[in-house]
Design a protein around this ligand. Sequence first.
Ligand code: SUG
Length: 446
Amino acid sequence: MSMREINFDGLVGPTHNYSGLAHGNVASMSHEGLVANPREAALQGLEKMKSLMDSGYAQGVLPPQQRPDLGALRELGFAGSDARVLARAADEAPQLLRAVCSASSMWTANAATVTPSVDAPDGRAHFTPANLQSSFHRYLEPTTTGRVLASIFADEARFAHHPALPATPAFSDEGAANHTRLAGEHGEPGVHLYVYGRQAFGGDGVAPRRYPARQTLEASQAVARQHGLGDAQTVFAQQHPEAIDAGVFHNDVIAVGNGPVLLYHEVAFRDEQGTLDALRERMASPLIPVRVPVEAVSLEDAVVSYLFNSQLLTNPDGTMTLVVPGECQEREAVWRCLQDHLLAGHNPISEVVVKDVKQSMRNGGGPACLRLRVALSEAERAAISGRVLLDDALHGELVAWVERHYRDRLAPADLADPALASETLAALDELTGILRLGSVYPFQLG
Ligand code: SUG
């Protein structure tokens, strides 16, 4: 079957800021309190989307979420007018105000797990929004995410939507950031590699000690079950606890796969050999592992540079392009590894493209975090609702929209400003018009 991967990037929302909300995410923790530039953040994201589109890759866009999430503050007992709710939260619980303002939905690799129709027994593409229950600011995302995905992939004959897993630690799910589909080509049946940080029930108790493991085995198994995947199609591998403790809070900070290629760091998996063997047993085409040893790139360098949080994209001639964040150029060992080990090695990676997504990187989100991969057949692509596939006209409208609505300075202290909330609502109302999404936000649903 002819399938094509579309990368759906999250549009950075107008409240993008540095509040240091993500425990175990070294960049987020170390940049707390910096003044953010939401306009630059959104434009950097749009520039990445445009340049990949110009290079011939299919590019989609997903809208940001309604923030500040005043509904969440009201549920937590803050009452009165919007301005009063904001003022009280700023005064009595500033950490809650920061959480309900996070623009974290930009990292759409955490929005959902997606199984292409070619792998599912009912021949439909399957979607499960991630419950993101590990942190309060991200737990607020799945309801709107589910609504947005259902609105774009609305055709029930082709697309199936599942509820997010129960939002409790045993089913902690962070979506596609811990899921990699490997196959000879996108259209061939694939093998699904689910990487988890801990096992909730039973197991041998090996887990990270310093930072939380955000994905459980039980969550990954439940998503695979929802999507109808069997043992012959799935591999469940534990992430190396040392990696999590070094700041690898998602597997996509230490490994990336595309087609038959798995690019990974030596310390990515607890059982490296067992993981590769299990993949090889199940794959119809030979696996191409590209291993980066710790002598070439230390765990610290991997975490700071986000080398593995790259997009690995297939070109029409079968070669692959690696889209890396600018931070990779700033670490000599990493840059050398890219040139000497990856580009010069026996593997399909033939080009490295550097993208500046610094505003997102300071919160721990590289090129791969910013996109959700959806492999679709031509007929499925034609069945997409809304105007979410990027072209020059849409790109131009989105840039103008950002320039009209976004601030170029936002400090955590600005989050209580009631004007920010009303500016954001005006911007999002216009955006659903541009993207022809219908009503997806709480303020539109009444
Ligand atoms: O969940 N950062 C995100 C970064 C997610 C990156 N995604 C992937 N690796 N796929 C997180 O830790 C910080 C947000 C803030 O401080 O507002 C944050 O949530």
